[in-house]
Design a protein. Structure first.
Length: 261
């Protein structure tokens, strides 16, 4: 599928006549078959191979590998599901709840005051914040756009109208205490969190037991994030933060292809 996508992208960039000319003069764009291009890009994504490391043995330039990487990311990202469609699909398949959580993808620290907004006090590092939803088994079904590292989970969820889409699909969501206060409907809550202890309220034995059961129910969302972060390019993003949303959505598609094969 990836090879077909790269081939289609290459043909879209050139006209039919140009492609024939490119093959005749051995242009760098067509110097390798689509399958080989896909393997190179997957190596960059999976193992965080530097672009310069992929050039010598393949007789291509660094800019060519970068162009291949960006094109394949774009082709895959458009296949990532929208939030409303992902939730309605789960409902059609008989699902009742989803799991929601936020995560921080570390980034290189950049110079200038603008980078301070990417600093997460919670994680004590610079990065980009993403929300993600999984089904009950931990399979990733949706990922949000990239936001500043200091963004709170509730702020991101409100911006994406997660609560509205959950109600429209007739689904509930299990979330950690970071989402406490997002759903204030006491009679019919859609987003359920565990019990919260404070200075004035100590958890009862029953509440502690309920929290343990709740944590077991939420465990698959961590498995979903773990599968996503197996792509070592996410260990510390070096690409332009403006392209991070496309990258994460492309990796969601690849992760699900890998799990479902």
């Amino acid at each position: 599928m990836l090879a077909q996508g790269v081939g289609a992208g290459s043909q879209g960039r050139h006209g039919a006549g140009e492609e024939e000319d490119g093959e005749e003069i051995r242009s760098r764009w067509r110097i390798l078959p689509p399958g080989k291009i896909a393997v190179i890009v997957l190596a960059v994504l999976r193992h965080d191979q530097r672009l310069a490391d992929m050039t010598g043995g393949n007789n291509v330039s660094e800019s060519t590998v970068r162009r291949w990487r960006d094109e394949l990311i774009g082709l895959l990202a458009v296949q990532a599901p929208r939030l409303d469609r992902a939730l309605k699909k789960i409902a059609r398949l008989g699902g009742e709840v989803v799991l929601i959580d936020g995560t921080l993808i570390p980034t290189q620290r950049r110079t200038g005051k603008a980078d301070r907004r990417n600093y997460s006090g919670k994680h004590r590092t610079h990065g980009l914040h993403f929300l993600a939803l999984t089904d009950e088994r931990g399979r990733l079904v949706w990922i949000s756009a990239a936001r500043l590292g200091r963004t709170h989970d509730n702020t991101a969820a409100r911006h994406d109208h997660v609560l509205v889409h959950l109600r429209a699909a007739g689904l509930g969501a299990l979330a950690d205490l970071g989402f406490r206060g997002l759903d204030n409907d006491v009679r019919d809550p859609v987003i359920v969190t565990g019990f919260h202890a404070s200075r004035t309220h100590k958890l009862t034995v029953g509440e502690k037991d309920a929290n343990r059961v709740f944590a077991i129910g939420r465990a698959p969302v961590e498995h979903g994030f773990a599968h996503l972060k197996n792509w070592r390019i996410l260990a510390k993003l070096r690409i332009d933060p403006a392209r991070a949303t496309q990258l994460l959505r492309a990796l969601l598609v690849l992760t699900n292809l890998e799990i479902n094969r």
